[in-house]
Design a protein around this ligand. Structure first.
Ligand code: HEC
Ligand code: HEC
Length: 208
């Protein structure tokens, strides 16, 4: 009798596992195939006014030199509050980590090198890769919002991953920029709130 019950339980658990695998597969294939706007799992309620207002706040940070200097239109990083070309013009390279003797990590350490005009640092300091440059420099709020929401241009990030990126080490580095550099115009907390609100209320782009 006991044996039968445990057999039945075994059978039941096999069925449960199979069902779990099937649902798992189904939801992954839906996620992978869905358009950026179709992934509503993290959306509280679509609200374009609230979303756009939050993006315009976040945009002030996105376009600040601490972010733009690593999201340049060309293949050389920028430096300073006026976003001039990086001295000695290190190149992006295929993986964004520099080329030959000018690898970013040769100079940029895991943390800031103390002193004025010394290299800022954070783990894995580099530019976005050559096949997905994630350019911020020169983008209008409309253009940048569209680009950030597009998995084909944002590093294939879902809305959840985009939200999580607010605390990425290279993002946080902007608020610990090293001696003599200014921080972005909002606190990190205010930025993270605006960023999350933008995405959770639908990730809308401001008008052109
Ligand atoms: C030969 C050393 C060296 C290499 C190689 C190098 N950098 Fe730099 N980088 C520096 C120094 C020094 C500074 C600070 C300059 C200053 O403040 O006057 C700097 C500053 C920067 C800044 C400006 C930070 C800010 O917030 O204004 C960025 C961005 C940057 N580097 C990115 C990179 C990237 C990306 C690479 C690789 C593609 C790279 N660097 C390669 C030495 C280097
Ligand atoms: C040291 C260079 C560096 C700095 C500084 C930096 N980023 Fe980035 N950023 C990158 C790299 C490299 C990637 C690509 C890696 C990835 O997608 O995770 C990236 C990706 C992103 C992405 C996701 C992809 C997309 O759609 O563009 C966002 C959002 C972003 N950065 C925002 C910021 C913001 C906001 C700041 C300033 C507060 C900032 N970054 C500062 C290097 C940097």
């Amino acid at each position: 009798m006991r044996l039968t019950i445990s057999r039945q339980l075994n059978l039941l658990s096999v069925v449960v596992i199979i069902l779990a695998v099937i649902t798992g597969l189904a939801s992954t294939s839906v996620d992978m195939g869905s358009l950026p706007d179709a992934d509503t799992s993290e959306i509280i309620k679509k609200d374009s006014v609230k979303s756009v207002k939050a993006f315009l706040e976040a945009y002030k940070v996105l376009m600040s030199p601490r972010c733009v200097n690593c999201h340049p239109a060309g293949d050389v990083p920028l430096q300073g509050d006026e976003s001039r070309l990086h001295a000695m013009k290190p190149q992006r390279g295929k993986d964004g980590k520099g080329l030959n003797a000018m690898k970013c990590a040769n100079c940029h350490r895991e943390s800031n090198t103390p002193g004025l005009n010394m290299p800022p640092g954070a783990p894995n300091w580099h530019l976005p890769p050559a096949d997905m440059k994630m350019v911020f420099q020169g983008k209008t709020a409309h253009e940048l919002a569209k680009q950030l929401m597009d998995p084909k241009q944002n590093g294939n990030k879902s809305k959840e991953q985009l939200i999580a990126h607010a605390t990425d080490a290279l993002v946080l580095a902007a608020w610990n920029p090293g001696e003599g550099r200014t921080t972005p115009p909002l606190s990190h907390e205010a930025f993270a709130k605006a960023w999350t609100t933008w995405i959770k209320y639908g990730g809308y782009a401001p008008g052109k």
